[in-house]
Design a protein around this ligand. Structure first.
Ligand SMILES: NC(=O)c1ccc[n+]([C@@H]2O[C@H](COP(=O)([O-])OP(=O)(O)OC[C@H]3O[C@@H](n4cnc5c(N)ncnc54)[C@H](OP(=O)(O)O)[C@@H]3O)[C@@H](O)[C@H]2O)c1
Length: 322
């Protein structure tokens, strides 16, 4: 009876008020559903069994920051590692540190300067992974500006390096690892993008870096669609600030995780969404930013980066004086 009276009441409302109530109801339902879904994927959804993709993981940028943290996390769950890096000593140190903590892990290393002789390095990588059951590839190696710079201030060498490491190398490393995954009909490819290209509407004074990360995002999305039916999960992870050498942030905090905290969160997302930001405070920030007018965020970011540029130039001038 009560429901009947309710519908009669709705029927007696003027049309505009009825339409407004309906829109309000659907908007509220959508927000509630999205919030519950966020709680589920951030805290409750179990991670995939990553060993099902294969027993080896290939990691670029494995000698520092996020890539190195991935190496420890993969070893923790029993995966063997192919560590890719440009510096033989750092590669050796990383391999030894992982071995010291997770003695059973088998580790292979491949020296590739992704900004240098990439094709020669790719030959070595292909030889190394021949016959290995490589299930996961993490493209973590990346290069940014030493500090914020206007587009016309970026020298040719830096521009070439950023594009080669962030675009060409990511593309070619995938091309080297993918055929084996296709043969085995399983695999996960994780490309580390950046909030600079996806979360904020622009990253002024880091234009080339942000543009290369937009490439990584779109490449991942297209490959996800192309290879999903072949058993290969392609994903672009979108971190905001992580306390690493690249970010020039030493101390972690609630909004800036350590590389280890990031990688721990990241493992739970592999194989799930095509684009994700695994560290949950980052996804809250993303949501907050998306609610603001783009021009406001653009302006805030420009001022923020101008400040970084000023400090960077001062440091550079002091270094030159020494
Ligand atoms: N940290 C952040 O706040 C943040 C935010 C968003 C996205 N990201 C992305 O996350 C990824 C990892 O960054 P990170 O913060 O871990 O940076 P990082 O601490 O500077 O580590 C970068 C890694 O890439 C390697 N690398 C750089 N140039 C190379 C080259 N020419 N050849 C081979 N390896 C090279 C470095 O090797 P060496 O050890 O030899 O230097 C290092 O292992 C990057 O793709 C970055 O764009 C980072």
């Amino acid at each position: 009876m009560e429901a009947c009276a309710y519908f009669q009441y709705l029927g007696s409302l003027p049309f505009w008020l009825f339409a407004l109530t309906a829109v309000g109801f659907f908007s509220l339902s959508k927000i509630s559903f999205k919030s519950l879904w966020w709680v589920y994927i951030s805290f409750l959804r179990p991670g995939k069994n990553l060993k099902k993709y294969g027993s080896w993981a290939v990691i670029t940028g494995s000698t520092d920051g996020i890539g190195k943290a991935f190496a420890f996390q993969f070893a923790r769950i029993g995966l063997n590692l192919v560590l890719v890096g440009r510096n033989p000593e750092k590669l050796q140190q990383t391999a030894e540190a992982v071995k010291a903590k997770y003695g059973k892990t088998q580790i292979e290393t491949v020296i590739i300067d992704l900004a240098g002789d990439l094709d020669g390095g790719l030959v070595r990588l292909r030889e190394k992974i021949e016959g290995l059951d490589v299930g996961i590839l993490v493209n973590s190696a990346g290069v940014s500006y030493p500090y914020a710079k206007f587009f016309h201030e970026v020298d040719q060498e830096l521009q070439k390096t950023i594009i080669k490491v962030n675009v060409e190398a990511v593309t070619k490393i995938i091309q080297a690892v993918l055929p084996g995954m296709l043969k085995r009909k399983r695999g996960a490819i994780v490309n580390i993008g950046s909030g600079a290209a996806i979360v904020i509407p622009s990253d002024p004074l880091y234009a080339i870096y942000a543009a290369t990360k937009a490439y990584v995002d779109q490449l991942s999305r297209c490959l996800y669609v192309e290879y999903q039916k072949s058993g290969i999960d392609v994903q672009c992870q979108v971190p905001l600030y992580v306390a690493t050498k690249m970010a020039s942030i030493r101390k972690s905090s609630f909004l800036v995780p350590s590389a280890d905290a990031y990688a721990k969160a990241a493992l739970r997302w592999i194989g799930h969404d095509v684009r994700c930001t695994p560290y949950w405070p980052h996804s809250l920030l993303w949501c907050f930013v998306s609610l603001l007018p783009e021009s406001l965020v653009d302006n805030w970011r420009l001022n923020f980066c101008l400040n970084i540029r000023k400090k960077g130039m001062q440091k550079e001038a002091a270094r030159k004086k020494e």
